[in-house]
Design a protein around this ligand. Structure first.
Ligand SMILES: [Cu+2]
Length: 115
């Protein structure tokens, strides 16, 4: 292959790569989901979310004491005060199951299923 032809190939694939990556970047819309913490339990205890999408998880604490939404796999540790709510931003996730729980001594736990 001549140098000129090889250069043209590289330049063409670079241009194609750029053209195809742009729409994907614009498709990164945030998906919203909500979990309620009530009587020491998460409701629902299983959440579902799309993969490779930024997520906004609203945690509503209906109880009269604060709780801590925690997950090692989600890299989250957030205190939600009594009778209040918080929004937790999650990075785009790979498909899988992500466990979460209340780290303030409650028995509540749950799973976020990403697919
Ligand atoms: Cu903790």
């Amino acid at each position: 292959m001549s140098f000129a032809r090889a250069f043209l190939l590289v330049a063409t694939s670079a241009a194609l790569g750029l053209a195809t990556s742009l729409p994907i970047a614009h498709a990164q819309q945030t998906a919203s989901l909500t979990v309620t913490y009530s009587n020491g339990k998460f409701q629902p205890s299983t959440l579902h979310a799309p993969a490779n999408t930024p997520l906004a998880l609203t945690v509503k604490n209906l109880d009269a004491k604060s709780m801590e939404f925690e997950s090692a796999s989600l890299r989250v540790e957030t205190v939600i005060n009594a009778k209040s709510e918080g929004v937790i931003k999650l990075r785009p996730l790979q498909p899988g199951k992500y466990e979460f729980y209340d780290d303030f001594g409650g028995k509540a736990d749950g799973t976020l299923t990403v697919q």
